[in-house]
Design a protein around this ligand. Structure first.
Ligand code: ZN
Length: 183
């Protein structure tokens, strides 16, 4: 075998190894082969502001007037079920349960967001960084960096009241009624 040929074989073998080990794969979450990203894409954010979900005074205080719920009072603080956290006002998917971690700060904490779902802006207090829903601009909380909680070194400190949780089971159930959409 010529050197050229054996080099080519080595290269191809290396490429196959790289593709099978380094390229992130979509792991199916059920026996129909539906992946988590496909499930998330089934949650459609409300685009028209006149159709946003009606907010209670408590929800409006946080989402619209940038209030903060009392620490250790939020209903999603200790939620450890697998699923997706969406915006209370517009249903936009914001966070995955995999990115939630225990920070003992009193509010749900995430070290990552769904791509593009959350926008960071300097807080009016001049010190912190506020996080808002990219779709409806509703106030979610604040983001902190450099605390060392997880490898990503980021903590999205989010008010429970700004979010609604949809479990993986609920999402899988809904796929049956949406079967005409391509999977
Ligand atoms: Zn929203």
């Amino acid at each position: 075998m010529s050197l050229y040929k054996s080099n080519t074989i080595l290269f191809i073998t290396g490429l196959i190894l790289f593709m099978t080990t380094c390229v992130p794969k979509q792991t199916p979450v059920d026996d129909k082969g539906i992946t988590k990203n496909q499930l998330i894409m089934r949650i459609k954010p409300i685009q028209d502001s006149s159709e946003y979900n009606k907010l209670t005074p408590e929800e409006a205080h946080v989402l619209l007037n940038k209030g903060t719920e009392y620490a250790f009072t939020g209903t999603l603080l200790d939620n450890k079920t697998q699923g997706i956290y969406v915006c209370k006002q517009c249903d936009a998917p914001l966070y995955r349960s995999e990115d939630k971690f225990e920070s003992y700060c009193g509010w749900p904490s995430f070290d990552d967001q769904l791509e593009g779902a959350v926008t960071q802006i300097p807080d009016a207090d001049g010190r912190r960084t506020e996080i808002i829903c990219s779709n409806c601009k509703g106030h979610l909380g604040h983001v902190f960096k450099g605390e060392g909680f997880t490898a990503k070194d980021t903590r999205h400190c989010v008010n429970s009241i700004s979010m609604r949780f949809i479990s993986k089971e609920e999402l899988l159930k809904n796929t049956d009624t949406l079967s005409n959409e391509s999977l």
